[in-house]
Ligand binder design. Sequence first.
Ligand code: CDP
Length: 215
Amino acid sequence: MIIAVDGPVAAGKGTLARSLARELRLAYLDTGSIYRAVGAKILEAGQDPGDPVAARSVAEFLVPGDLERPDLRRESVGLAASTVAVNTQVRAALLEFQRDFAKNPPDLSDGPAAGAVLDGRDIGTVVCPDADLKFFVTATPEARAERRHKELIERGDESIYARVLQDLKDRDARDSQRVTAPLKPAEDAVYLDTSTVEAGKVLETALDVIRSRGL
Ligand code: CDP
């Protein structure tokens, strides 16, 4: 079974995808961490995330350990990620790894996985267009900014709500307007609005949809 979870910044994709993975014994891939790893390595090298040559060479030589970097969730890294993600060659370099994960999911700690769940921006449209089920998770910009702001504060990072809201809008615009694999719902995606719905309820709704499809 392959489940695609797409949506804009801080909509609750990761929370839903992780819970689905646990409930359904699926291997989970946070594809945002791949773009974040490219962004982080470029910043670390003092290069410009908008430089296509630098971004492409980092993407081509990414190793699995890069996805474990402790700085991936920083706001600066998220912004750099959305800049490198515009680059068509960067996206092409990262596509095969994602497709391979979906088709041949790694074992879980206690045995084989029953499939995979991937979250990102283009999973249902480009990476896994044949996924068994596609969710598009959304929420208002204000609800998403509130969540991200809280997450940053809890982690001990400095955060200003108005700045987080602006960064999120900039990132959404860049993700939606890019030419290659823009953020957009797949035609057959099921919408889940999480603005005023707590995570447990979102999971329940998603599981109901999965059961109702006989998956
Ligand atoms: O967690 P958050 O919603 O802030 O972002 P993320 O999922 O970690 O993704 C970081 C950035 O990577 C996004 O703003 C996108 O520009 C890019 N990305 C993408 O282009 N395609 C994906 N499948 C996943 C992420």
